[in-house]
Design a protein around this ligand. Sequence first.
Ligand SMILES: NC(=O)c1ccc[n+]([C@@H]2O[C@H](COP(=O)([O-])OP(=O)(O)OC[C@H]3O[C@@H](n4cnc5c(N)ncnc54)[C@H](OP(=O)(O)O)[C@@H]3O)[C@@H](O)[C@H]2O)c1
Length: 211
Amino acid sequence: MNASAVVIGASGRIGAATEAALIDEGAYGRVYGFARSRSGVDHLDILDEHSIAAAALRVAAGPAPSLVIVATGYRASAEASVADLDRDRMAEGFAVNAIGPALVAKHFLPLLEKSGTPVFAMLSARDASLTDNRLGGAYGYRASKAALNMLAKTLAIESTRSGQRAAIVAIDPGTGPDPERTALQLLDAIEGLGIRDSGKFLSWDGTEIAP
Ligand SMILES: NC(=O)c1ccc[n+]([C@@H]2O[C@H](COP(=O)([O-])OP(=O)(O)OC[C@H]3O[C@@H](n4cnc5c(N)ncnc54)[C@H](OP(=O)(O)O)[C@@H]3O)[C@@H](O)[C@H]2O)c1
């Protein structure tokens, strides 16, 4: 049977459109979509490692995934100035944007198919680029996504060193108003990825973003 594909955060704008596009494409033996708002075996709260482990166990029972997309994310609205910073809001941003995806990696990377070049893609944001940060603001969001990018790079090093052929990337999906289009662009960019791309911070068009 063909490999499976997994979308974590399948209730979000981009996550839902990506799950739908993958089902529509028909290239995968199975498409799993997990979300906090889904119940039973489709439930996954990225803040709860038990639910991540349970989702991984479910995927492990089917065809090995050749694609895992982490489409969850949190952006606090009031972080324009340092005076706005709030400990709990920042902690939630780091938990959802950086720690959660790392725990998804912990449970899902061992499941990736052993042949070909499976892809583990985490949705990041151009806002995480130090080079590109000319506007300031969005403190917690920028910092937590920058942490995510560092995690992607570090996971890629360990994965390659241990002989795996996965492409592990952080990718900015772009800010277009049409999630269906965004999902198709994202899947296009992911399709061409090779082991040489592992650890990169990419834009939706497949080009590299300066860290
Ligand atoms: N849209 C853009 O313009 C844009 C631009 C750059 C980067 N990005 C990044 O792309 C990703 C997707 O963006 P989007 O526009 O689709 O965002 P969205 O519509 O707000 O969706 C966010 C997703 O994250 C999930 N989520 C949040 N906290 C969670 C938790 N504790 N456990 C499980 N799921 C949780 C949400 O689940 P619920 O449905 O349960 O809330 C939802 O599925 C994010 O990482 C975002 O930072 C988006």
